[in-house]
Design a protein around this ligand. Sequence first.
Ligand code: NAD
Length: 394
Amino acid sequence: MLSPPFDYSLLMPGQIRFGWGARRHVGSLAATLGRRVFLLSGSRALTERGVIAELVDELDRAGLPVITAMAAAGEPVVGEVDRLTQSWRDAGAGPGDCLLAVGGGSALDLGKAVAALLPQPARLSVRDYLEGVGTGAQLTADPLPLIAMPTTSGTGSEATKNAVISSYEPPFKKSLRSDRMVPRIALVDPELTVSVSPTITAHTGMDAITQCLESYITRKATPIPQALALQGLKLALPALGPVVQDGTLRPEREALAHAALLSGIALANSGLGLAHGVAAALGIQAKVPHGLACAVMLVPALHSNLAVAESPLAELARELLPRTPGSDHGAASALIEHLTALCAELGIPTRLRELGVARDQLPALVPASHGNSLSGNPRAVSDDELRDLLESLW
Ligand code: NAD
């Protein structure tokens, strides 16, 4: 039996409103946070399906003026964060206003970063605040209050304290992170995820599963996040295959959205591991979408951690699989086999070259994999070992 340290604190959104159609509560919820709403939308599909117009109507009915912006395609970069911050500053965004970010993890992270930067007295670039590449600048003022509405079921960013921001020149993918950045309200309406394509459903779903697994076995694991991660896995593992086949399945869409939310709470409080460390590097060096990168790295990362994480993986296996071998090693291995089969069913590639990674990019992936995620891995991974692992996966 695993004994996590019974000495911890727990961060969560101030309020979670979850439910099919829960978007209709946006007006009453936003009215508790501000007099005016700066709305960031992250996907054209949402505009085309009338979701953004519906949200604006709800806010209107609550008497809240709305200023809208649309995120650029792709994962957010430094220049986009700085430009939107400046544009909303010019529009007078400040105390008394709130933000609403609607979209996948990319839009939520852009919204979280802008909400954090807007009230800072020092008008710095977001880059100054980023871990590892910044100037060490710290947020001295609380972010503007934010409602985060996820429309993919993957990142759990609606419940986390960081925003992942990229740059291609120079290349990095790093977080702006502060306990103050957990969204005030996570408004999760799984109905919004029905329009997500099968491929993005598979990739984002694997991100949530990877977050639950890595936060469960991380060296920073604590009891409540572990309970949530287990629940997330119980929901997501049986739901993902069917919902990739038929994206309209309501119970499965609900299960995945809930699993993603739980994975976010878990990772915000426990951290992650090797799969997410390498995923960040693959994202920036080879532009591999985040969920796909996590999906490809999950099984190799678990194999790499098996010797030190056998006991918690066996514990998960006994909860998640109908039949497991008696020994910890056998049970943990059965769980890895189950995940391998799920990845195969979803058509997840197993080779880095299938992701468009060139062999001469492998050396650059090694330093780029180090950061907050890798620091939580159950065991230290040396550069030589990382190089060998990437080479073997290429
Ligand atoms: P994404 O936000 O980039 O979205 C993927 C694609 O799905 C986009 O083309 C988007 O337009 C589309 N999309 C979104 N919602 C849709 C909908 N309802 N219908 C149809 N299409 C829709 O992908 P993601 O995986 O959700 O987010 C990835 C980003 O989140 C990465 O930058 C990753 O690093 C970051 N991330 C952040 C955290 C955190 O805690 N802050 C955690 C994990 C990952």
